[in-house]
Design a protein around this ligand. Structure first.
Ligand code: S3P
Length: 173
């Protein structure tokens, strides 16, 4: 599996970070999350970046982080749900990584997000489920460009198993 990264894409709340950590642990690879990197670089939370400088600025920071992380290898990279908005990001990540889309239905995404503490500025709206449906529809064709589509609904172990199995098969291609 050497020389490649594993890149997890998909909507907010689809388990990219939790599953990514588990995949990295099992492979003995390092794990990195684009949102964490952005927060570290900016010295503030994603919510504060959106509030202070706006989404466009956040997307510029995200693109810089993507370029930097794509230059690594043997890493599991969990991305923010909107990373696919810029087609360059997908191409950059695909040049050095195998892309996995963790797919979930909008209702399941909503259920998970409601139970989490993290503030997602794009979902701070009157009708979050409606917004999840709308954004998902807008982004679906971009997520579908992943090398593999993984059902995100299982346990963390099951989803990690599925990714590693696909990765092994891909290696032997
Ligand atoms: C976003 C997803 C978030 C974060 C930001 C914007 C999006 O990451 O990058 O709030 O546009 O879907 P997660 O997918 O990790 O929640």
């Amino acid at each position: 599996m050497s020389s490649w990264n594993i890149v997890l894409i998909g909507f907010m709340g689809s388990g990219k970070t939790t599953v990514g950590r588990e995949v990295a642990r099992r492979l003995g690879w390092s794990f990195v999350d684009t949102d964490d990197e952005i927060e570290r670089g900016a010295g503030k939370s994603i919510a504060a970046i959106f509030a202070d400088e706006g989404e466009d600025h956040f997307r510029r920071l995200e693109k810089e982080v993507v370029c930097r992380l794509a230059a690594s290898k043997e890493r599991v990279i969990a991305t923010g749900g909107g990373v696919v908005k810029d087609g360059d990001n997908l191409r950059t990540l695909a040049a050095t990584g195998v892309l996995f889309w963790l797919r979930l239905e909008p209702e399941e995404i909503y259920r998970r997000i409601r139970g989490q503490q993290v503030v997602r500025p794009l979902l701070e709206v009157a009708d979050p489920l409606g917004e999840i449906r709308r954004l998902l529809q807008e982004r679906e064709s971009s997520y579908a460009k992943a090398d593999f589509i993984i059902d995100g609904k299982g346990t963390v172990d099951a989803v990690a198993d599925a990714i590693i199995a696909k990765m092994n098969r891909w290696r032997g291609r």
